[in-house]
Design a protein around this ligand. Sequence first.
Ligand code: GLN
Length: 542
Amino acid sequence: MPKHIFVTGGVASSLGKGLTASSLGRLLKMRGLRVTMQNLETYINVDRGNINPFEHGEFFVTDDGGETDLDLGHYERFIDENLTRSSNATTGSIYQAVLAAERRGDYLGKTVQVIPHITDEIKRRIRRIATEDTDVVITEVGGTVGDIEILPFLEAIRQFRNEAGRDNVCYLHVTLVPFIGPSGEQKTKPTQHSVTELRSRGIQPDVIVCRSEEPLSDGLKRKISNMCDVDMRAVINAADARNIYELPLILHEEGLDGFVCDLLRIEGEVDLTSWESLVAQVDASTRPVRIGLIGKYVELQDAYLSVVESLKHAGFHHSAKVEIDWIQAEDVEGLLASGRLDALDGMVIPGGFGPRGIEGKIAAAAYARENKIPCLGLCLGMQVMTIEYARHVLGLSDANSTEFEPSTTNPVIDLMTDQRDVTDKGGTMRLGAYYAVLQPGTKVAEAYGETVVSERHRHRYEFNYNYRSRFEDAGFVCSGTSPDKRLVEFVEAKDHPFWIGTQAHPEFKSRPDRPHPLFRELISASLAHREVRTGATTAQKS
Ligand code: GLN
């Protein structure tokens, strides 16, 4: 029977509950345990699909096509497992299942209520991922203790311990210990209140992880231990880390995994070697490299979280520290004049929907191609690279995607013919993992080092096959296609060190210790470009 760890948050949102859960997951994996993770979101939306990235950051797409919360990205990157849509449940999806059962008459004339029907469905979701090949399930409960929407979830996890057995369940509560400037003190009262609130729902935390700016003294830990009635060893301090990948080591140092394993009666030793060498590599990553991220949601950087992490991972591989220049796509035409793009070593044009910022992205792709600046286009990024090439190299001046200009005479990006008449756009997205076949000898095939690859997708529009030969005759290589050759998955410019686009979202598969090949090669090309660029500047000065 798998062990269950439930992670709740108190005092404030955005405390890094997901990162704490992920770090614990990694520590348990390094003890040889088979770990899986999930999050329970308290919002009413059925899934992330229709929520704007400004609200909750990026959509994280799983292999099986789930459009999930960005926390799943942290989970995958830390525990190094591919999760599925079952790892993300929302209040909306839980009610939807219960209401469907009610309509079918499954409740045999009974009144349907939050307790037991909603709580039973929540418990079913928790058990669903606790498969036979799992030793530990970590469940993060979204929101903050004290929220109205969290109550059914707290009730469900409270009941869960009774059913699963005391030794099989651990409650971990993440709180904030703020520093109050004028009195020069760290304050434990918010933590105490938050634990009181949790207890009023019948849950006594086993472990409290306290986030703080500066380390907590033993005296403060003792106070929290006394007031909140947890073991002194179970007051874990997560003081601000230099980088997120350091967190598992900090939590281990604080004794988190040791205490949790004792509590759950899990035996064995932890082997930190792999993670220690990763953190050493992160610390040694100091060679500067400047990458422009040409996006539409640049004010909310979480909207591009996996892209940013992928760039960092690729940096670690090359001992480089990636500095990101967040460039608002709507400004790019103006920026062409300002010289901001000249100060870049490389560019990423990420995914997106809708016409805002498109012309700027096209201008940036053109600038990168003409000035031999390495450029990686992701999904929409590949589509704008295609439009750019059509306009400026093939001379099709009105080339566009029918997403932005439905009446263009040169729809180089278009819906698949079998999708044109579909009015319900919700059902037409190409989602999840698809295979692609790469053309040997291309830069993309060289980067991957193999010719059959699988990447995750989330889009509707495609490269218009009718234009393929015109593009290829003009030096635009379709370096990878779907196995049936109907869909173009990767493109590259022949006479350019790195001008590559993919219809997929490779950023979802990068790991800190195993960067994605396309990001790895982008950073490699960008470091080379930096040498030329800064060499040229030095030469000019002398
Ligand atoms: N809007 C484009 C499409 O639907 C690209 C989507 C994306 O970048 N994820 O095809």
